[in-house]
Design a protein around this ligand. Sequence first.
Ligand SMILES: *[C@@H]1O[C@H](CO)[C@@H](O)[C@H](O)[C@H]1NC(C)=O
Length: 398
Amino acid sequence: MIHITSSFVSLLAFVSIAAAQSAVWGQCGGIGWTGPTTCVAGSTCVESNAYYSQCLPSTSTSSGTGSTGTSTAALPTSTSTAKSNTVAQAAGKKYFGSATDNPEFTDAAYLAILSDNTYFGQITPGNSMKWDATEPEQGTFTFSGGDAVVSLAQGNSQLVRGHNCVWYNQLPSWVTSGSWTNATLTAAVQNHCSTLVSHYKGDIYSWDIINEPFNDDGTWRSDVFYNTMGTYFVDVALIAARAADPNAKLYINDYNIEGTGAKATAMMNLVSNLKSRGIPIDGIGLQGHFIVGEVPTTIQTVMEQFVALGVEVAITELDIRMTLPETDALLEQQKTDYQNVITACNAVAGCVGVTIWDYTDKYSWVPSTFSGQGAACPWDANLIKKPAYDGIIAGFSA
Ligand SMILES: *[C@@H]1O[C@H](CO)[C@@H](O)[C@H](O)[C@H]1NC(C)=O
């Protein structure tokens, strides 16, 4: 920590005496930029996008391990010129996509990349379609946040994944603290899913109708829905959603089902059970919140097993986090990990697409959720593509 602090301070001092030129890693151009457009010796101004050019080291001067924590070590970046959604579609997938969130839309540089449909053919609202955002009081619906995401996607000719209808988390207190009977909660779930999915009828490629229903050991999660209704809440939500938008693909979405094990088996049993009773189910979302070096090796097998049950699959929330600081070796392993996940989807015809859980480390949920971890996304916090991006391209090109 002391290293990081002192080099940060000396970098600030350096910037202040050399204001006519941008420092290494500093901005040197882009729409609206009024600062210096030349870089200090040893670095070159490189355009990242129309809104952001950055001084990058002219030659690779990586410290190798990066373990000293210096802020000026040149970490490796992407070299691919191919576009992620273009290669995904060329491989026969419906999309390569990204999650996003409404507050990020004020960031012009971020929005420019998100809106480039050669990079992203699909977007998922991270928060603005969740229950607390859409029905904060019982029977009072607010769709403005979700509407903004849909409107952005339509302007960009991008698909939308709706996220989500029934989840134990981010619930308004009237749901979590209500005194429910099976009958009254059934009516509330029915009304919520029906109203939400109807509002977006025709706008949504696929909906995560049920999110995270299982514990890691494959038992049902104890929450207000399961505790009050038993597994009947799954039927109620799926049936209401099908009636509300017959053309939307209805998904159940969960994590730790990407490799073989008790939780994946529980999800397969649920799919079989729903199918046998004629309850609508079209897809399973494998979230894909992974750790560098720990991506399950059985992803393709699991996908094939789901597809054999008569559903499609998608990677819906991919990110691959590491313990900070980033190093050359970690970024290289992360590239391999991204490539392996994409390769698995690419090898399974029933895997329709991959969504990353926001494309840039600037807006990743990881650092605030997992202390000391981060750098999980394919674009860094300065919106520069990392080696992980080349892994994505390679996976779709295999
Ligand atoms: C809730 O009601 C439904 C419909 O009658 C029933 O199938 C289900 O078993 C009930 N759940 C519980 C926990 O009683």
